[in-house]
Design a protein around this ligand. Structure first.
Ligand SMILES: [Zn+2]
Length: 414
C-alpha cells in the first residue's frame, strides 16, 4: 500500500487559523451560524479549497461542497466532511478536524499523484450544532430531505429572526427546494471526528471505527399550572407546575435505568421556571428532554413511557401541557464494506484501533439516509469536548487523516 505523506504542520496551522474566527477569546471558540465570524471563516475556507484546485459549490443553506473530480465523474462520489460551527465557549477541534482533515486528506491524495476513479467530495455542513435554531444537523437534515423547505421557511432563531432572511443575508439566495440531494450523489460517506469521549484514550488506542450512531430524541414540554403568592395561597387546590415537572424529571431518569439497555441514556438538560421568584408559585415550567439509545425499540420505549408519564402527572395535578417532539431520529448502522475498508487500511498502517458506537450524533446520521456511511474517531484528551480544553494531539489528527485518505482512495476505486 502507498503510504501518504500528510502535511501535518499545514493542517495544524489551518486548524489554529480557523480558531481565530471566534466570538469568544482564545482558547475558547464560539462560531454561530451566519454570524460575522462564521461568514469570515467561510471566506477563509473557500480560499483554502480554491488553492487546492477543487471544484466548489454552495447550496441555499450554505452547505459547501468541494470536489476532486475522479477519472469517471459520472459515478456517484465518495463523500467526507463535517462542520465548522461551534457552540458558545467550545474548542477548536469538534467538526473542524473532519473539514480541514478532509481537505488535507484530499490534498495528500493529489500530492501522492493518486487519481481516483470516483470523485471525492468534501462537505462542510451548515450548523451541525443546534445553537441558533434549536435543531442539530440543520444542513444534513435538509440534504437528506428529513427537513423540508416548508419547515425551513418556518424556522426562527431565539431573537425571532427568520432563517430564510438570515440565509439570504449571508448570500445563500437559491431556492430551498434545491438543497435535498439525490441518493445517486454519493456511493459512500465517511466522516472524521474527534471522539468527544474517553474510550480511545483509556484503552490507549489510536483510531476508532464507528459501527453505529445512537438514535436521539428531543422533547420540549411546557407545563401550565396556576401561579400566586407563595404565602397567601394555601396548599389545597394548588396547581404548581414545578412540582409536576419534578415528577417528570424523576421518571425520565427511571426510564433509562429501567429500560434494560446498557446504552440507554435520558436527561432533562433544561428547566425554566416562570416567574422564578422565591415567593411565587411556579405557573409555567419548560423542560427539554434528551433520550438516546443505540436500539430504536428501546429508545422509542423510553420516549413513549415519558410521554405517558407526562399525561398521567398532568391529569392528576390538573396541569395544562404543550408537548412537542422536536426530533425522533433513527439510529444508523455503518456500511459493512466501509468498516472493512477502514479496518484494513488501519491494520496495514499498523495503527491500534477498536470498533465502537457513537453516542453523540453527527451529520453522518443523516447522510446515512442517502448512502452507506461510517465514521473514524481520533482520541480526545480526557474525553473533553464542547469546552476550550478540547484537545487532540497533532500526531493523532494526522493518523486519522491518513486512515481517512486511504479509505476514501479504496472506496473511490470500487
Ligand atoms: Zn461535531
Amino acid at each position: 500500500m502507498t503510504r501518504l505523506s500528510i502535511n501535518t504542520p499545514r493542517l495544524i496551522s489551518e486548524i489554529n487559523q480557523l480558531a481565530t474566527f471566534s466570538d469568544a477569546p482564545a482558547p475558547a471558540v464560539t462560531r454561530i451560524l451566519y454570524s460575522d465570524q462564521d461568514q469570515a471563516a467561510r471566506v477563509w475556507l473557500r480560499q483554502r479549497i480554491l488553492d487546492a484546485g477543487l471544484t466548489m459549490r454552495e447550496d441555499a443553506l450554505g452547505n459547501l461542497f468541494a470536489r476532486l473530480i475522479g477519472s469517471d465523474p459520472t459515478l456517484p462520489a465518495v463523500g467526507t466532511g463535517s462542520h465548522i460551527d461551534a457552540i458558545p465557549h467550545s474548542g477548536k477541534y469538534d467538526g473542524v478536524v473532519g473539514v480541514l482533515g478532509g481537505l488535507e486528506a484530499i490534498r495528500a491524495l493529489q500530492e501522492a499523484g493518486i487519481k481516483p476513479k470516483r470523485s471525492i467530495e468534501l462537505v462542510m455542513f451548515t450548523a451541525e450544532e443546534p445553537t441558533r435554531f434549536g435543531i442539530g444537523c440543520l444542513g444534513s437534515r435538509a440534504m437528506a430531505g428529513t427537513l423540508k423547505p416548508a419547515e425551513l421557511l418556518a424556522m426562527t432563531d431565539s431573537d425571532g429572526a427568520n432563517l430564510d432572511d438570515l440565509r439570504k443575508g449571508a448570500g445563500f439566495t437559491q431556492s430551498l427546494d434545491t438543497v435535498q440531494l439525490s441518493p445517486e450523489t454519493y456511493s459512500s460517506f465517511i466522516e472524521l471526528h474527534i471522539e468527544q469521549g474517553p474510550r480511545l484514550e483509556r484503552d490507549k488506542l489510536q483510531i476508532g471505527i464507528v459501527t453505529s450512531i445512537a438514535a436521539p430524541a428531543t422533547l420540549r414540554v411546557v407545563l401550565h399550572g396556576d401561579g400566586g403568592h407563595a404565602g397567601a395561597t394555601l396548599m389545597p387546590g394548588r396547581r404548581d407546575a414545578l412540582v409536576a415537572a419534578s415528577e417528570i424529571v424523576q421518571d425520565v431518569e427511571r426510564a433509562a435505568h429501567e429500560s434494560g439497555s446498557p446504552d440507554a441514556v435520558a436527561t432533562v438538560g433544561l428547566l425554566q421556571v416562570h416567574p422564578g421568584a422565591v415567593n411565587s408559585i411556579p405557573s409555567k415550567v419548560t423542560l427539554e428532554i434528551d433520550i438516546r439509545d443505540t436500539r430504536l425499540d428501546s429508545r422509542d420505549g423510553m420516549v413513549d413511557r415519558v410521554l405517558a408519564k407526562i399525561e398521567e402527572v398532568c391529569e392528576r395535578r390538573k396541569i395544562g401541557r404543550d408537548v412537542e417532539v422536536l426530533n425522533r431520529d433513527d439510529p444508523c448502522q455503518s456500511g459493512p464494506h466501509i468498516i472493512k475498508a477502514a479496518e484494513s487500511v488501519t491494520q496495514e498502517l499498523g495503527y491500534s484501533y477498536k470498533k465502537l458506537v457513537s453516542r453523540a450524533y453527527h451529520d453522518t446520521l443523516f447522510m446515512a439516509q442517502l448512502c452507506p456511511t461510517a465514521m473514524i474517531f481520533v482520541p480526545s484528551e480526557n474525553g473533553y469536548s464542547h469546552r476550550p480544553e478540547e484537545y487532540t494531539t497533532d500526531e493523532e489528527i494526522a493518523r486519522g487523516v491518513e486512515v481517512l485518505a486511504l479509505t476514501m482512495a479504496k472506496l473511490a476505486n470500487e
